[in-house]
Design a protein around this ligand. Structure first.
Ligand SMILES: NC(=O)c1ccc[n+]([C@@H]2O[C@H](COP(=O)([O-])OP(=O)(O)OC[C@H]3O[C@@H](n4cnc5c(N)ncnc54)[C@H](OP(=O)(O)O)[C@@H]3O)[C@@H](O)[C@H]2O)c1
Length: 330
């Protein structure tokens, strides 16, 4: 949309002596908790993904299923269902979105896109899971064909350099694999998805990004020398300029806890990073992704998303009201 505010695209400086070409030290303090920021430890990532395959204890999901069973006779015709593809469906938030979509069969026909056969197996290997690499535009066309909405949850994932020993008081170092830097995944890969969605006439794209993107010198940009927030921001701008109805969700630090228990907070321009409320559960982000499909108040909007701690405030149930608070298009 022409009304979206354009931000200048300038690469964050990466030439400081503290930055090496491939391996890069973790900055001393990160406004988003580095422990949860998509960092993948070779030995831990697999088990953390598996953890999400356990049945969710999400109360809202349970309610949804019971309502569907009780009113099965008035279930919507197939033509009224929305076919929704979630990419990064093997990822930690993507898995939750995929599962939530499958739990609402009266509303959605779920599809997932994963990068590998192994990820497909991890999330149940159903026929609605496509395997493709977002860096290869041709490999994602069939997954995007005939969908109504696209939820983008792909992201470059920094890998921890082997040999880190926390008992020695060291700081871990991170790198991106060749060809899997944020420029290739968070920019080219997201752009490929947006282009394919536009060609397929997709009616709504939800893109999950990250808070911190207004600060070119944000410490996360030096992680693995990848400028990750810069490339994510560039993809967000591309989406906002695409004319496709969009919702850009810039999440705070992600936590693996139950969702539906906290009051959600929306913000803009990273203002929440100056407060104590700058984290959110992956389950809550997943729910907001899906709810965004249901309300026109979520369209053509971009916002920061965090939550109050559990017990402070009341758990968000009214998503229309939440999206109505958002006034920013970018
Ligand atoms: N972690 C945080 O604290 C934090 C904070 C704010 C925002 N965010 C953002 O929130 C989003 C979700 O985070 P998350 O931690 O749930 O994600 P995640 O677990 O890191 O998942 C990322 C997914 O992207 C997939 N992917 C990577 N390269 C791909 C490619 N070339 N083709 C297809 N798929 C590819 C990965 O597949 P493989 O598993 O096969 O590699 C993985 O499933 C991300 O955009 C992240 O940057 C994170």
């Amino acid at each position: 949309m022409g009304m979206a505010t354009r931000v200048p695209f300038v690469c964050a400086a990466t030439t400081s002596p503290n930055h090496c070409n491939k391996y890069c030290g973790v900055p001393p303090s990160l406004p988003l908790p580095v422990s949860s920021y998509s960092l993948r430890l070779p030995s831990l990532s697999f088990s953390s993904s598996l953890g999400l395959l356990l049945p969710l204890k999400n109360k809202e999901s349970g309610t949804e299923r019971r309502v569907g069973e009780r009113f099965g006779v008035v279930a919507m015709a197939d033509s009224n269902k929305s076919t929704v593809l979630v990419t990064g469906a093997g990822g930690r938030t993507g898995q939750i979105v995929y599962k939530k979509l499958k739990e609402r069969p009266n509303q959605y026909v779920a599809r997932g896109l994963v990068r590998t056969e192994e990820s497909k197996q991890n999330i149940g290997a159903a026929d609605d899971v496509y395997v493709g690499d977002i860096r290869d535009a041709g490999s994602i066309v069939s997954a995007i064909q005939d969908i109504d909405a696209l939820i983008i949850l792909t992201s470059a994932v920094p890998q921890m350099k082997p040999g880190f020993d926390p008992t020695k008081g060291q700081r871990p170092e991170f790198y991106f694999e060749d060809g899997a830097f944020p420029e290739q995944v968070d920019w080219i890969g997201q752009k490929n998805q947006i282009d394919a969605a536009k060609a397929a006439g997709v009616k709504h794209i939800v893109l999950v990004g990250s808070m911190g993107g207004t600060n070119l010198n944000h410490p996360l940009n030096s992680l693995g020398n990848g400028n990750i927030l810069v490339w994510k921001r560039k993809a967000e701008q591309y989406l906002a300029d695409s004319d496709i109805p969009y919702t850009i969700i810039r999440a705070g630090g992600l936590q693996d806890k139950d969702g539906g228990l906290r009051e959600l907070i929306v913000g803009k321009d990273d203002e929440l990073l100056q407060t104590e409320t700058r984290t959110i559960t992956r389950a809550d982000v997943a729910e907001v992704c899906i709810q965004a499909l249901n309300f026109k108040e979520a369209k053509f909007k971009a916002f920061d998303l965090a939550s109050k701690p559990e017990g402070a405030g009341s758990a968000t149930k009214d998503f229309k009201a939440l999206f109505s608070q958002v006034t920013t298009r970018f």
